[in-house]
Design a protein around this ligand. Structure first.
Ligand code: FES
Ligand code: FES
Length: 165
């Protein structure tokens, strides 16, 4: 990308303000990982198919390989690094992933966690079918879907008892 015009980008990620430059063709996922050193967001396909790069932008769920960094100028982003409990401990969702063995290689996990959090914020008591539908944009190449769904259902049960995702 050397020689491409460079733009100033100011944005907030997980509550922290950042100012940096981005080439006009730089994808947001590369900007997060390479420029801001936020490597939790993974790159699987670079073409909008796998969901490994899923993050939140202005509260919406987006695939960060489908956005340019310059399009995020002025935006409020949330990445998997922003998923922490009140005092830095695991959230119920993260704990449930651990307890239900919902990750194998872990490549899909950041994107799956973001999609699951998005679902549970909107629908704290989802059916199994709703969980599966919410994950349709996230591919797990280890095919660990049964345990992923079990972990999200377990989190929903905990939410039903007054927890937070
Ligand atoms: Fe973005 Fe696969 S890397 S959807
Ligand atoms: Fe390996 Fe999902 S745990 S891709």
């Amino acid at each position: 990308m050397s020689g491409d015009p460079v733009h100033h980008v100011e944005l907030t990620v997980n509550g922290e303000p950042y100012r940096a430059t981005a080439a006009d063709r730089q994808l947001l996922v590369h900007f997060l990982r390479d420029t801001l050193a936020l490597k939790g967001t993974h790159i699987g396909c670079d073409s909008g198919n796998c969901g490994a790069c899923t993050i939140r932008c202005e509260g919406k769920l987006v695939k960060s390989c489908m956005m340019l960094a310059v399009q995020a100028d002025g935006c409020d982003l949330r990445t998997v690094e922003g998923l922490t409990g009140l005092h830095g401990e695991l959230t119920p969702l993260q704990r449930a992933f651990k307890e239900h063995h919902a990750l194998q290689c872990g490549y899909c996990t950041p994107g799956v966690l973001m999609s699951a959090e998005y679902l549970l914020e909107r629908n704290p008591v989802p059916s199994e079918e709703e969980v599966r539908r919410a994950l349709k944009g996230n591919l797990c190449r280890c095919t660990g879907y049964v345990n992923i769904v079990a972990a999200i259902m377990a989190t929903a049960e905990e939410l039903g008892r007054g927890g937070r995702p």
